[in-house]
Ligand binder design. Structure first.
Ligand SMILES: *Cc1c(COP(=O)(O)O)cnc(C)c1O
Length: 463
């Protein structure tokens, strides 16, 4: 019944065909075909269908999607309500250009998102992927200053370990070596300042102290150079791609104050932490501040279709509002404001309200934390941490000896072992994290926690 094609090829076929014709993202393709470094070849899983928190492969094996398919899926695969909305939209309007035209889904979505910020960020600009939203925020920030007669403000600040996407502009404000190193020569230099990562607390320091120290370093840079700086871009509360580095909300308030004092825009990249992931709908709400630009993508369409957007203030909007077209924001993508993607987002927002999701997630998160308690207490686990619907911990190796190899290959071995335990998790370096969809029931929570612990023990035993 769940077979989408009459000729559902066995997975051997599909993976072989995929390896011949599909270039997979973030992948050394040879690792799928040959072992290396004493490791087996990486499995490539042919997915046949998804239901709720589960993905099923063409061999009938199932995997609990513990990372929401790269942080996009909020309400499970093949969600009945989102499916129904999309089927309805499909028969009305699949797409129309958004320059010179508008349509109900994009208007309703913009209105609803603006309302979620109390209309402080009342203008929505659309794109498709997260990285393009970041490009838009950077360009808009620069252009807004230029329109205000401050065209010297051309530089950007990002945090140590930041990740904002992999197109050239977004990569320029990304500080993850894996993504950046090969392309360094193509990138415009950004200022990289200290991350408020609470794990870097010195003896006797609290997370709030680290936030203050990081803000002081930022202020030193602003004192020197603010007349050249357009904006600072941050991932509020959790720097995800660098390994779920979490910080105190105080940092957001301090950045907001500094931005106001030194005339610099604050860009909040909530592509990963927005849409309830942090425990509030927007992560910035934890600090009671609003940025000048807020980027959303990933979860906003429920994990269905590529959709990203930048929300901004009336002040920024007014900086472009003029008889002169050159003062307008001249940026577009073919699929800007795609009606299907917007409709998926509207269905996603409707679920937040109908199911009182933020409230329900508090109960769900408490149950997940309780189920993960044995891992939190494990002697080879350090920095067990949680923010909303994100959990993470770091595997501890004895680096002094032969464990170096085990540490280096940890993420790959963990990924492969987890699949054997019916769980999809992809550690980042030595950091294991869980970022499940907001639909896990009690049985699924137990499965996820038990499979994570079992996998961790298996992988560490072979370490
Ligand atoms: C994933 C991510 C991006 C990039 O989004 P894409 O859709 O992959 O281009 C940008 N910023 C953050 C914080 C992300 O997690």
């Amino acid at each position: 019944m769940h077979k989408p094609f009459a000729n559902n090829a066995p997975s051997g076929d599909l993976t072989a065909r995929s390896l011949r014709s599909v270039w997979h993202p973030c992948t050394q393709m040879q690792h799928h075909e040959q072992g290396n470094d004493g490791l087996d070849a990486m499995p490539l899983i042919a997915v046949s269908h998804g239901r709720g928190a589960w993905l099923y492969d063409t061999d009938g094996k199932r995997y609990l999607d513990g990372i929401s398919s790269w942080w996009v899926n909020l309400f499970g695969h093949a969600n009945a309500r989102i499916n129904a909305a999309l089927k309805d939209q499909l028969d009305r309007l699949e797409h129309a250009m958004l320059s010179g035209f508008t349509h109900e889904p994009v208007v309703a979505l913009s209105e609803q998102l603006a309302a979620l910020t109390g209309h402080r960020l009342g203008h929505c600009f659309y794109a498709s992927d997260g990285a393009s939203a970041v490009e838009i925020a950077l360009k808009m920030s620069f252009h807004a200053w230029r329109n205000a007669g401050l065209g010297d403000k051309q530089e950007f600040i990002c945090l140590r370990g930041s990740y904002h996407g992999e197109t050239l502009g977004a990569l320029a404000v990304t500080d993850v070596a894996l993504f950046r190193d090969a392309y360094g020569p193509l990138l415009r230099q950004a200022h990289v300042v200290m991350s408020p990562d609470a794990r870097t607390a010195l003896e006797g320091e609290s997370a709030a102290d680290v936030a203050r120290r990081a803000a002081a370093e930022l202020e030193a840079l602003l004192q020197q150079r603010s007349q050249k700086i357009a904006s600072i871009i941050i991932e509020p509360l959790v720097q995800c791609a660098t390994g779920m580095a979490m910080h105190d909300p105080l940092y957001l308030s301090l950045v907001r104050e500094l931005c106001d004092r030194y005339q610099v825009h604050m860009i909040a990249d909530e592509i990963a932490v927005g849409c309830g992931r942090s425990g509030r709908f927007f992560a910035c709400e934890h600090a009671g501040v609003w940025p000048d630009f807020l980027c959303l993508s990933k979860g906003i369409s429920g994990g269905y279709l590529p959709l990203s957007l930048v929300m901004t203030t009336d002040a920024i909007y007014q900086a472009f509002y003029d008889p002169d077209s050159a003062r307008g924001f001249l940026h577009s993508h073919s699929y800007t404001g795609n009606p299907l993607a917007c409709r998926a987002a509207l269905a996603t927002l409707a679920i937040f309200t109908e199911d009182n999701v933020l409230q329900a997630n508090r109960t769900r998160a408490a149950a997940i934390s309780a189920a993960l308690a044995p891992l939190a207490a494990h002697p080879q686990v350090a920095h067990f941490r949680q923010q909303g619907m994100i959990w993470a911990f770091d595997a501890v190796f004895d680096d002094a000896n032969a464990d170096a190899d085990a540490a280096r290959t940890f993420a790959r071995r963990f990924f492969a072992a987890a699949l054997q335990n019916e769980l999809l998790l992809r550690p980042i370096g030595r950091t294991v994290y869980l970022m499940p969809p907001y639909v896990l029931d009690e049985g699924e929570i137990s499965h996820m926690a038990a499979a994570t612990l079992r996998t961790f023990e298996q992988v560490m035993a072979r370490a």
